[in-house]
Design a protein around this ligand. Sequence first.
Ligand SMILES: NC(=[NH2+])NCCC[C@H](N)C(=O)O
Length: 290
Amino acid sequence: MEADMTGSGRAMTILGVGCGLGARDGGCADGPRALRRGGMGERLRGLTEDLHCLELQAPLGDAQTVIPRLADHLATLVAKECGRGRFPIVIGGDHSCAMGTWAGLRQAHGAAFRLIWIDAHMDLHTPDTSPSGALHGMPLACLLGLGPPGLARHPPVLTGTEVTLMGVRSWEPEEEARTSRHGIRVMGMAELKRLGLAAALAEATGPGDFGISLDLDAIDPADAPGVGTPAPGGIRADELLDALAPLLASPRCIGLEIAEYNPHHDIDQRTAALVETIVEAAIRSSGDPP
Ligand SMILES: NC(=[NH2+])NCCC[C@H](N)C(=O)O
């Protein structure tokens, strides 16, 4: 992807995806709107000459019908923005948005890329293994081509060996079996502590292009309470920010996704502020030399 350099960094497009149908607690459907009403877009526009903000809202309907369509729509938009040389930042909504984000990037990005999936959960279910039936527990499986027609991506967007799962601490046995079967590298909290987050991320990204999918529940609930499926013992927000900022500055970073912001559970706008800080880091660093 050719970056469109406009003095203050590369051109960026924020795509909000107002959908919570994939989660049991659907409050994350209000995430993008809450961020917009809180003034995030305006503040970020003050930092860069070239920021576009788009927002998709899930129509009424059942998850099985709406989510595959929304994913296709999002994929088309992401591919279009990338094709124009713009860096895509997708903000969920529940994590099922990943089915669209990375399909779009696969469509638009000529070369192979690795995906860093930072999450408390593995999101590797298919409908026959899921304990909840919730589609936000399935997006990574769908990207690997698993699951029923309509949900599974064909051809697969990624192979397991292109994916690293980071920060996971809540999963079902069938998901763990899939990580081994598909050769997915898993870095749990103990390994992140041992390696240090920056070194772990460097290993996960490898030498080539990469994308980042951040489920906010990867972060410790003390720092990011505004999520629907919190899991104790997560990554501390300041450590994540420190480790993530240089990656977001890298020209090898082809896209960023931040999912699961649920304003109804947020405390003192803590999670909203964190989302904004991460996006701000992506914008500020984009002017840095490679
Ligand atoms: N993206 C998420 N927050 N996923 C949570 C999934 C939780 C659980 N593994 C399930 O499938 O129901």
